[in-house]
Design a protein around this ligand. Structure first.
Ligand code: FAD
Length: 427
């Protein structure tokens, strides 16, 4: 047992909790600091999909070509608050570079390596935390209103097939069966049968937190402001209300990680892709057996154990701008006109969350190059729920100095510094 050493985890979303759980299991004393322990930001409000099929990064040559029209069109799934553009510019530059063929392929390789073991890590964590009841082998569906739209995605399907991703084509009748609340809407779909669903992400992570407490993890409600150093090492963190000592520190505060990472010398191009959800009261009706991406509307529907959740795509406006619910409201009202079964469902709540996004779609996982007793675990973008437990397992292995399940070099924070700008010419 390593009880003499204390690991301080900053952030208690799915990533921080997973780091805490696996570090505790490895024998360390563990403290978790978060000002919002019962309101875990992105990890609460996501669509709940364990999307292990998503090997292709968002930063890819095809999306880069579409970016100008996506940024300018009013009906686009991508919204930018123009005032935020100067702050976003460095991220966009890195996104453009990462979208070239070579870097995009490297990102796919990295994602593929970590996605292979993501479900196994969920199973291990959920079993140990008595949270298995929240995991459902639903698969996930990408659905298309027209055959043409389905055909337009054939290159993506071919690329996924090359990566070994399992897929099944669904006819109109097949989709109707899996998505009874959307009967008649979709002409065609692809089912990714290996994906799973977390039926209630908020309760799932609350259960993991409860298990951490049972295993002796200490939770401290506070906000970390900066690090203290002695002899060139981090020795404690300064939080708003107190100073917290530790031997090893893990930065796992999602979209808020950039400033703390900078405090230890890590310059990471992290930004946030904001995303919204609305919860619809289904009145106990089964409308959807598998979570579903509606291609034409660029929204995801997910039937949770307490209602139907619709999540939107992406808004760039930083961490401080107030929510703007009008885009998701407008999309929902158009959808209610197309899918009559949804028309009568009342909206229960609306929510804004912050995806912690790296421009190459690959999270930062591993030991800091600047502070050897600090570890980085953030930037999981659209896949943080999927990858949180595996990230925690990897961080615990890295802290122990053990061989990690996968090579962490592609997840290093310094990968942007070492990338040549000539990569950008191969688009
Ligand atoms: C609309 C939407 C849908 C999504 N759907 C999916 C999906 O279906 N599948 C999937 O895999 N992923 C999905 N995601 C992404 C996923 O939710 C995130 O990637 C993931 O939750 C990030 O987890 P995290 O622990 O890194 O961050 P968070 O859950 O945001 O947690 C970070 C924590 O750090 C704390 N913190 C911040 N600053 C400090 C500080 N200074 N000191 C202490 N604590 C601090 C915060 O209070 C917060 O609790 C979705 C995201 C959104 C927004």
């Amino acid at each position: 047992m390593q009880d003499q050493k204390t690991v301080v985890v900053i952030g208690s979303g799915i990533v921080g909790l997973s780091c805490a759980f696996f570090a505790r299991r490895a024998g360390y004393r563990v403290r978790v600091i978060d000002p919002n322990i019962n309101d875990r930001r992105a990890s609460f409000g996501n669509a709940g999909i364990l999307a292990v099929c998503e090997t292709l990064p968002l930063a890819n040559p095809a999306l880069l070509r579409q970016l100008p029209s996506l940024l300018l069109s009013r009906d686009s799934p991508l919204h930018v608050r123009w005032r935020y553009l100067p702050a976003l510019a460095p991220w966009l530059v890195q996104f453009a570079r990462s979208s070239a063929r070579g870097p995009s392929l490297r990102s796919a390789l990295a994602l593929n390596s970590i996605l292979q073991t993501a479900l196994d890590a969920h199973a291990e964590l959920a079993t140990a935390c008595s949270a298995v009841e929240f995991l459902a082998p639903t698969g996930w569906i990408k659905a298309y209103q027209s055959e043409e739209a389905f055909g337009s995605q054939s290159a993506e399907r071919a690329a996924l097939a090359d990566w070994g991703v399992a897929m099944q084509s669904l006819s109109r009748a097949d989709v109707n069966e899996l998505a009874p609340g959307f009967e008649g809407v979709f002409a065609k779909a692809t089912l990714f049968p290996d994906c799973q669903q977390v039926k209630n992400p908020g309760r799932y992570i609350a259960r993991i937190q409860g298990a951490c407490v049972e295993h002796g993890v200490e939770f401290i409600e506070d906000t970390v402001r900066h690090f203290h150093f002695a002899d060139d090492r981090v020795t404690r963190v300064q939080a708003t209300e107190r100073v917290i000592e530790g031997d090893i520190f893990v930065i796992a505060c999602g979209a808020w990680s950039k400033r703390l990472a900078a405090d230890i010398g890590e310059r990471v191009p992290l930004d946030t892709e904001r995303g919204y959800h609305v919860m619809l009261d289904t009145r106990n009706r089964m409308l959807l057996r598998s979570p579903l991406f509606w291609h034409e509307k660029s929204v995801v529907f997910s039937q949770l154990d307490y209602g139907l959740r619709m999540t939107s795509s992406v808004e760039f406006a930083g961490l401080n701008a107030p929510p703007r619910y009008q885009n998701i409201d407008r999309t929902l009202s158009v959808i209610k006109g197309i899918a009559p079964a949804l028309a009568e469902l009342p909206v229960e709540s609306r929510w804004l969350g912050f995806r912690p996004s790296m421009p190459d779609s690959v999270p930062v996982i591993g030991r800091s190059a600047h502070q050897p007793n600090c570890f980085l675990a953030f930037g999981h973008g659209h896949l943080g729920l999927t990858l949180g437990p595996q990230t925690g397992r990897l961080i615990a292995q890295a802290i122990r100095g053990a061989r990690t399940d996968i090579d962490l070099a592609p997840f290093s924070s310094s990968r942007f510094a070492s990338r040549s700008s000539s990569d950008a010419t191969v688009v």
